[in-house]
Design a binder for this molecule. Structure first.
Ligand code: NAD
Length: 480
């Protein structure tokens, strides 16, 4: 059977690339999802030039027109959430319910920014000088380069593309190579919704060629990147030097604190969901479980029992709790960290082994180590179904352990104490805090992002997205 071929979308046309790649299915390596074209430096340059040429008209287009296009995409995503969820589960490996949930999220984001497009506001003030008025307005920044990771193949592109277009920018979007299917779906919907040629362009291909060209090109005014710390830092070096606006969302080593007064079921549910759902491949995953001594033994035992009941398997099969690791390279990283943790002296409490299934895929047991805080397994992001648990003597000790990291994306606490919850919300050195909830799982209408090594630049999502996708102008008028 011939596979679907996903093409690049440049200046309103579907174009071939210089080479082809295979879109693998990590649950079933013998049944790939499709093929995709890989763009070259010249394809990327053409997309940037098209976005530059289209900017003036789009930035002056009626906000109703922008709203209608974004709303059409939102409606279509919602209507086709099961079909696109299936594609997402097949190419990325999260379970079908998680994948359908992600498509629903993307639909909500497009509809939210459709509404925001008609609400772009400003301020009108009296000047300190008599007879003068001051207007503060927001204007688009220009051509925006969007570089996305593979782990949320439709929601992350949605939360970058929708605000970029809503506020009047033009876009060159580079998806991750592992997930071209979902990227193509978004481009196809925008095309059919009537996005003018050049306003939105999608170039699939390598970070080295396509990504680098976007980062270096003088006509790309702003770059929104989500991905690893290493690549993010490289992008910042190059883009900041040439004066581009940069927004980076990167890794995490998110702590979940469990106090002795916590409801054990709530804590175990939050830990299992936060650490292992979506195969642990979430930047907000709870990879450090910091547990007060009074509940430590009961918590560890309850985790072992819960983990032994989880079903790991083909992402599209009913009843599967955890799908495969996304690809062979990430699996090698996960297994490398499991090996390292053992060598470092961490003790394995659960998992650590590959699983065989009826289909050939990258199936790994959810893995839990008891590990002291200074070990690499406790400090570095694995980005797989691997977590560590460590004991804390008191609330203050737990807080200190939680903040003892180079990252600062999200932190959670399970407690029944208002005092601990309030103090944790105030003192956790992160961008997002969860109380009696998993660290992963956020709303679309409020800011998303972190501190320290996890993020750089303004927050994403909700109305705060305007901080990155617009620039402020202050105009003085002599009133006559
Ligand atoms: P990655 O950094 O390898 O790749 C991200 C994107 O950058 C891809 O599209 C890739 O092709 C591109 N890229 C690679 N090299 C480049 C270069 N030199 N120039 C320009 N672009 C380049 O990350 P990944 O493996 O796709 O995703 C996993 C990482 O993403 C994890 O570290 C995870 O924590 C992070 N992540 C963070 C958030 C967040 O919001 N904080 C959300 C999801 C994922």
């Amino acid at each position: 059977m011939s596979l679907p071929v996903y093409r690049n979308y440049i200046n309103g046309r579907w174009v071939n690339g210089s080479t082809m790649g295979v879109n693998e299915n990590p649950s079933d390596l013998d049944n790939p999802v499709g093929e995709y074209v890989r763009g070259s430096v010249s394809d990327t340059t053409e997309a940037i030039e098209a976005a530059t040429a289209a900017f003036n008209d789009w930035s002056e287009s009626s906000v109703q027109r922008r709203a209608d296009i974004l709303d059409a995409v939102g409606q279509e995503l919602q209507a086709r959430k099961e079909e696109i969820g299936l594609l997402l589960a097949r190419e990325e490996g999260k379970t079908l319910p998680e994948a359908i949930g992600e498509v629903t999220r993307a639909a909500q984001i497009f509809r939210f920014f459709a509404a925001e497009a008609v609400r772009i506001g400003g301020e009108h003030l009296a000047s300190i000088r008599a007879g003068v008025e001051v207007d503060i307005t927001r204007e688009p920044v220009g051509v925006v380069g969007i570089i996305a990771p593979w782990n949320f193949p439709i929601a992350i592109p949605a939360w970058k593309i929708a605000p970029a277009l809503a506020y009047g920018n033009t876009v060159v979007f580079k998806p991750a190579e592992l997930v071209p299917g979902c990227a193509w779906v978004l481009a196809d919907m925008l095309h059919r919704a009537g996005i003018p040629a050049g306003v939105f362009n999608m170039v699939m291909g390598s970070g080295r060629l396509v990504g680098n060209t976007i980062v270096q090109h003088p006509q790309v005014n702003a770059i929104s990147f989500t991905g690893s710390v290493g690549v993010g830092k490289q992008i910042l070096d190059v883009a900041a030097k040439r004066g581009a606006k940069v927004q980076l969302e990167m890794g995490g080593k998110n702590p979940l604190v469990v106090m002795a007064d916590a409801d054990l079921d709530v804590a175990v549910n939050a830990a299992v969901n936060g650490a292992y759902f979506s195969t642990g491949q979430r930047c907000t995953a709870s990879s450090r479980l910091i547990v007060e001594k009074g509940i430590y033994d009961r918590f560890v035992q309850a985790m072992q029992t819960r983990l032994s009941k989880l079903t790991i398997g083909n992402a599209i099969q009913q009843g599967v709790d955890i799908g495969p690791v996304v690809d062979a390279k990430q699996l090698e990283t996960d297994l490398g960290y499991i090996q390292l943790a053992k060598q470092e002296g961490a003790s394995l409490l659960f998992g650590g082994e590959l699983l065989s299934q009826p289909t050939r895929g990258h199936f790994l047991q959810p893995t839990l180590f008891e590990a002291s805080p200074h070990l690499r397994i406790s400090r570095e992001e694995v980005f797989g179904p691997v977590a560590v648990v460590q004991a804390a003597d008191s609330f203050e000790h737990a807080l200190q352990l939680a903040n003892d990291t180079e990252f600062g994306l999200c932190a959670g606490i399970c407690t029944q104490s208002l005092k601990y919850a309030t103090r944790f919300k105030r003192k956790a050195a992160v961008g997002m805090v969860m109380v009696n909830l998993p660290t992963a799982g956020v709303d679309y209408h409020v800011p998303f992002g972190g501190r320290k090594g996890s993020s750089y630049g303004p927050r994403e999502q909700g109305r705060y997205a305007a901080e990155f996708y617009t620039t402020v102008k202050t105009a003085y008028t002599a009133a006559g």
